[in-house]
Ligand binder design. Structure first.
Ligand SMILES: [Zn+2]
Length: 141
């Protein structure tokens, strides 16, 4: 079973606590109207969206989505959360951030690269007019 990062478990708990005292009315298999404090929100579980905008924006169930999930007796909410929130993904993000910058000494490769590039381009005939003409001639044949 996969788990979510601790912070996002907490977000789920907070959203879940807000989800009481609301009414859920199903419109279809995946689409539900949620009535909360005189306002109506529409949640689509299939597309993971809510008219409050937070479900799709945060990619974690908002209080309305949680209400709907609870209404459907869904307690396992991880499929409705972005992979981004799972520890694996967080670690991967961290890994990338942890790649050390090369030493400044290693930055001065530009001349070498340019030299190498111009060598290849030169022999390919891209740089001089003659080479371009040759290529055009070859393409016409
Ligand atoms: Zn919502």
């Amino acid at each position: 079973m996969d788990t979510l990062g601790r912070r996002f478990e907490e977000v789920l708990i907070v959203n879940a606590s807000k989800s009481s005292k609301v009414q859920v009315v199903p419109s279809s298999e995946y689409i539900f109207s949620v009535y909360q404090a005189g306002r109506r929100y529409i949640v689509c579980l299939e597309r993971k969206i809510c008219t409050c905008g937070r479900f799709q924006h945060d990619e974690i169930p908002c209080e309305h989505a949680i209400t709907v999930l609870k209404h459907n007796n869904v307690t396992y909410m991880h499929p409705y959360c972005s992979d981004y929130y799972k520890p694996d993904a967080l670690e991967k993000t961290y890994e990338v951030a942890m790649v050390p910058m090369p030493d400044k000494e290693d930055w001065t490769v530009l001349d070498y690269v340019l030299e190498k590039l111009s060598y290849h381009l030169g022999t390919e005939g891209w740089l001089d007019d003659q080479g371009i003409e040759e290529r055009k001639t070859r393409m016409r044949r």
